[in-house]
Design a protein around this ligand. Structure first.
Ligand SMILES: Cc1cc2nc3c(=O)[nH]c(=O)nc-3n(C[C@H](O)[C@H](O)[C@H](O)COP(=O)(O)OP(=O)(O)OC[C@H]3O[C@@H](n4cnc5c(N)ncnc54)[C@H](O)[C@@H]3O)c2cc1C
Length: 271
């Protein structure tokens, strides 16, 4: 096993829907990361109780499968939290879905990724727009549990899109963020949360896809602020189709990709 790979233990599991769950694992002392980064997590059937009890053939396989996972928890938490989809025939998540407290996973302790607020040199921080579909919410929750984010911005708009209201996970945490983190700094950012549910009408939630909401101005109107090219940072994370179409919509509105520290838009695709 490479020097970077450590064994971590599952400490808790929360099931949101049959296809969405979160879990926490122990955090190796030496493991440091920046809010917004991802790691590679490894699963091996021989380390999961489910296979040890049910499926002798798989349990004997002893094969590590690794996938990229954004960290949900803040860089200051004692544990590491992750938010996962279940793809029924997916090599990784068809196994990961059976996680139980006490199981072991593998963690590559080299953090990756540039979807971090430190990448923005220009424009200076003022308004931060975080646009996510599904599990793409994960890196934004980490940023929103980091006091620096609350300190550095005036407004934070979190637009979080899912197909059904059940799939809008972490709503209680999102609703507590302003009180829990905003109250710890002077002049905290104002968090504006905009839920989007695309496949059923839900009170208080928008229903269209993000590119349309941006192009017709609905999202800006709901947020109560404009997308000013001189003062806006926008991050997109999740479904690649959403990321591509939303990026194009933002460019139509005059925003530009962030390159070498300058520009408004930063993106991360999950597949
Ligand atoms: C930088 C990065 C960070 C990531 N962070 C997360 C994370 O925090 N949580 C997470 O669940 N996944 C995340 N992923 C995706 C993850 O790495 C795996 O693709 C996912 O766990 C499915 O693995 P699999 O082997 O079961 O299926 P795969 O063979 O990897 O994927 C099969 C198909 O499932 C779909 N799919 C994959 N991931 C997702 C997803 N997250 N939501 C909806 N559909 C999906 C796509 O259509 C994909 O082609 C991330 C990917 C990248 C590149």
């Amino acid at each position: 096993m490479s020097d970077n790979i450590q064994t971590v233990t599952v400490l808790s599991k929360t099931t949101w829907t049959p296809n969405l769950f979160s879990f926490t694992v122990s955090r190796p002392d030496s493991f440091k990361f920046t809010a917004g980064q991802f790691v590679r997590l490894g699963v091996n059937p021989s380390r999961l109780k489910y296979y040890q009890q049910q499926d002798e053939e798989l349990a004997a396989l002893d094969e590590d499968i690794f996938r990229a996972y954004s960290i949900v928890s803040s860089p200051f938490d004692e544990v590491l939290e992750f938010f996962s989809i279940v793809i029924p025939d997916g090599a990784f998540t068809s196994q990961l879905q059976h996680l139980e407290v006490g199981d072991e996973l593998l963690l590559n302790t080299m953090p990756f990724g540039f979807l971090t607020l430190a990448r923005y040199q220009k424009p200076l921080p003022k308004d931060l727009w975080l646009l996510a579909t599904g599990t793409g919410l994960a890196p934004f929750l980490s940023m929103l549990q980091d006091l620096k984010t609350w300190n550095d911005y005036e407004h934070i708009v979190l637009a979080y899109s899912a197909r059904s209201v059940e799939e809008l996970a972490y709503i209680e945490l999102i609703e507590r963020l302003q009180a829990d983190f905003g109250s710890l700094v002077d002049n905290p950012a104002k968090l504006i949360f905009i839920p989007i549910v695309t496949r059923e009408p839900v009170d208080g939630a928008l229903t269209e896809r993000l590119p349309k909401l941006l192009l017709d101005g609905t999202l800006q109107e709901r947020a109560g602020i404009a997308l000013d090219v001189d003062s806006t940072h926008v991050m997109l994370c999740g479904n690649p189709e959403m990321v591509e179409d939303t990026k194009e919509a933002l460019k139509t509105l005059g925003l530009v990709m962030n390159r070498r520290g300058e520009g408004n838009i930063a993106v991360e695709n999950y597949w």
